[in-house]
Ligand binder design. Structure first.
Ligand code: NAP
Length: 259
């Protein structure tokens, strides 16, 4: 399918690896020029070079922390006038409800709620002026059904979801859509880190931790960044103009809900 977005420009934050990289690759395959960010420059430059070589699009890289105001200011300057925004950042660490204090919540809010909101606030006006824009926020299945050990993620991402629900309806009339893409478990470094926690805590091997988690997923496996990126690119396409304020779950059926 021609996604109809060749020649557009996208910011994909936190995109040197994992799900953000999957989104960047799929947008590049559709002919979209990119601004990619990550804190570490090595993986960022390697991923950008691979995308340029594979798809012939322009890729600008910015090594910075998108959870800080300085990082956000750099990214916003470089991304002025983008047509497409995909927000992402690392996820908060797991733990128990009794572990977390104010600082932990502020860090989670900065990463998984306030950074995406800052990017939207800065970049939505340019999209609205042009009469076309797409925003996809990478959130989590924990927005639909809580994951106990990810209380920081449950809290921060649900706040973002509430913000998007209202804002999406305020900008839709200008041809700009905002939606959220909710990953269940995908085979990325984040999944390795979650499995490492389970393996250490329960005294089992990594393979056993992964097999136990796979057994909870009706699809019987982890998702791939390519599958995730393809869904994201569709949500950024010309064909998705009537999708407004939605939360699209990609979890292999793991969240046991009807709607
Ligand atoms: P990942 O494989 O660990 O990749 C994270 C990417 O984001 C890397 O490129 C990393 O590069 C970059 N990054 C992290 N923190 C950043 C920051 N503060 N500023 C700029 N770049 C940053 O993670 P993932 O699996 O793709 O997950 C992406 C998001 O989806 C996370 O919020 C995660 O919690 C959520 N999620 C993932 C899963 C899953 O199964 N994978 C499931 C549910 C939710 P640097 O480290 O160099 O900065």
């Amino acid at each position: 399918m021609d996604l109809g977005i060749a020649g557009k420009r996208a910011l994909v934050s936190a995109s040197s690896k994992g799900l953000g990289l999957g989104c960047a690759e799929a947008l590049a395959e559709a002919g979209v020029d990119l601004i990619m960010t990550a804190r570490g420059s090595e993986a960022l430059e390697a991923s950008a070079a691979a995308i340029r070589a594979a798809h012939g699009v322009e890729v600008v890289t910015l090594a910075c922390d998108v959870t800080t105001q300085e990082g956000q200011a750099q990214v916003i300057e470089a991304a002025a006038g983008v047509d497409i925004l995909v927000t992402n950042a690392g996820g908060p660490p797991p733990g128990m409800w009794s572990d977390w204090d104010r600082d932990d919540f502020i860090k989670a809010l900065d990463a998984n709620m306030l950074a995406p909101i800052a990017f939207m606030k800065a970049l939505l006006p340019g999209m609205m002026d042009k009469g076309w824009g797409r925003v996809v926020n990478i959130t989590s299945q924990s927005v639909r059904a809580p994951i106990g050990v990810l209380g920081l993620s449950n809290a921060a991402r649900t706040g973002l979801t509430g913000y998007v629900a209202g804002t999406a309806r305020q900008v839709a009339g200008k041809g700009v859509t905002i939606n959220n893409l909710l990953p269940g478990i995908h085979a990325t470094d984040r999944a390795v880190s979650l499995d490492t926690g389970v393996s250490t805590q329960q005294g089992i091997t990594m393979a056993e931790a992964k097999a136990a988690r796979e057994a909870t997923i009706p699809a019987g496996r982890y998702g791939t960044r390519q599958e995730f990126g393809a869904a994201c690119a569709f949500m950024c396409s010309q064909h998705a103009g009537f999708m407004v304020g939605q939360n699209i779950l990609l979890d292999g059926g793991a969240t046991n809900i009807t709607m």
